[in-house]
Design a protein around this ligand. Structure first.
Ligand SMILES: [Zn+2]
Length: 135
């Protein structure tokens, strides 16, 4: 993998990120699973362990080769990670922030009730706004 990120890589990673956001925005786990299966079918290969020629600890890759383009690595590994989260918790592995002015994507690592906000900051802002509108 080239350590240099060109403009083409950045554009391709933006497209990859858009596909992942689509997964997080899915209305339920069935649709998220369908989208993830599509991404995995498009980008992922058989899992393999690599040390990048001894320059890193052993770790898992599902892209086509160790020097695959950044966007292929990003999309295939992210899809695998999201698929593991979905299978572990049987729900969409994240969402888009419920704060209307924000809508940033967030990951839901599971355990406890599903998240609705990207951050404590957005959750507090919306709680205060809801409280004021009742007053
Ligand atoms: Zn937010």
């Amino acid at each position: 993998m080239s350590p240099y990120l060109g403009e083409d890589d950045v554009a391709a990673m933006r497209e990859a990120a858009a596909r992942l956001v689509e997964v997080l925005a899915a209305p339920g786990p069935d649709e998220a699973a369908r989208l993830l299966n599509q991404v995995l079918d498009d980008t992922a290969r058989a899992p393999r362990l690599t040390r990048h020629g001894g320059t890193s600890p052993w770790h898992l890759h599902v892209d086509s080769r160790d020097d695959a383009p950044w966007a292929e690595w990003f999309l295939s590994s992210s899809a695998l990670a999201l698929a593991v989260l979905l299978a572990d918790h049987q729900r969409v592995p994240g969402g888009l922030c419920a704060s209307p002015g924000c809508r940033r994507p967030y990951l839901d690592l599971g355990g406890g009730s599903p998240r609705r906000f990207c951050s404590a900051r957005c959750a507090t802002r919306e709680r205060v706004a809801a409280h004021r509108s009742r007053a």
